[in-house]
Write a protein that binds this ligand. Structure first.
Ligand code: SF4
Length: 322
């Protein structure tokens, strides 16, 4: 059984935790409920945090003199300063955030698609922007993995989110040990996963260990490359190359029909007829049969607890690799 590092994840408190929405409601969310077993949540409701009660009158983002403001039309209160101060206090109260799940569409917590009205007193004329709190937190933690609860209903987006937060939590723990050896262990365990994301950057990671042995110098460069590698989801072409890399370890021991079965699965994967997990499972079973430890040790097969995808798999949402 894999021993996962626990990601530290910020969360808009109205998602599963508290009845703090403007109308006194809470949003039930199965995914967040399941995550409680595996991550440490940092819960926050910025609107309650600045003293707005529950329930409360709606607030909105509006441009005043060309600048984004947080405003409550019913009371004509400008809440911008209070929200900026609250955000500063929040970010200084947490040391690390591997990720954040924000409430979609909120003028405070939304990460995109939030309405920024062009004028006070009218509903017509707006552009899309990010919420005032989420913007401040993102500026303070630029490498934090952020998503909203609606996007996480897409299985590809969720898989990418989970991969990143669990790998980054593991990286955080490895860096805390301040040892080049531990960093190399982390790299070795995740190498095939990284290859599926970006072959060139993964090669750069490996080169770091051949040219340098000072932890401080290696770790800074190492961390930045990992953020870049994980910033894009797994791509099909490097993934097939990685499958072939693993296949080469067992190829000579397989029968002709097994080899041709593998090739037909690759063709089907290329044509979106099957998911990558069918090929991973096959390769893993061959690695088990021939005891190929280098493959068996890889995080690629279990980068995060699989049951965090269960609700989507059960509802048969579409899966695709980009
Ligand atoms: S969206 Fe943010 S501010 Fe609004 S209720 Fe949820 S946690 Fe509070």
């Amino acid at each position: 059984m894999v021993d996962y590092a626990r990601p530290i994840i910020g969360i808009s408190k109205c998602l599963e935790f508290d009845m703090c929405r403007y109308d006194g409601s809470r949003i039930n969310n199965n995914f967040v409920r399941n995550m409680k077993n595996y991550v440490d949540f940092v819960q926050v409701c910025p609107e309650v945090g600045i003293g707005l009660g529950t329930p409360r009158k709606p607030i909105r983002l509006v441009k005043i003199d060309g600048v984004k403001n947080l405003y409550q039309p019913s009371s004509e209160k400008n809440l911008t300063k209070e929200m900026h101060n609250f955000t500063k206090k929040f970010v200084s109260s947490v040391d690390n955030l591997d990720g954040f799940i924000f409430k979609r569409d909120s003028p405070t917590c939304g990460i995109s698609n939030v309405r920024l009205y062009h004028k006070l007193g009218t509903d017509s004329g707006y552009q899309k922007t990010s919420g005032m709190f989420s913007e401040g937190v993102s500026a303070e933690f630029p490498n934090m993995v952020k998503e909203d609860e609606k996007r996480l209903e897409n299985i590809t987006i969720r898989e990418h989110f989970l991969t990143r937060i669990f790998v980054l939590a593991n990286l955080r723990e490895s860096l805390e040990l301040q040892s080049v050896e531990k960093l190399f262990e982390f790299y070795s365990k995740n190498m095939l996963l990284f290859l599926c994301h970006d072959e060139k950057l993964t090669a750069e990671l490996g080169v770091l260990f051949t040219n340098e042995d000072n932890f401080k110098i290696i770790s800074k460069k190492f961390e930045n490359i990992i953020y870049d590698i994980l910033s894009f989801p797994i791509q099909k072409s490097p993934m097939i190359n990685t499958f072939d890399y693993m296949f080469n370890f067992v190829k000579s021991k397989l029968s002709e029909s097994e080899k041709s079965h593998y090739q037909s699965l690759i063709d089907e994967f290329e044509n979106n007829l099957i998911t990558h997990s069918e090929i991973s499972t096959l390769l893993y079973s061959w690695a088990l049969r021939y005891n190929v430890q280098l493959i068996l040790d890889q995080s690629l097969f279990d980068p995060f607890p699989k049951n965090l995808l269960l609700d989507l798999v059960e509802s048969k949402k579409q899966y695709s690799v980009l």
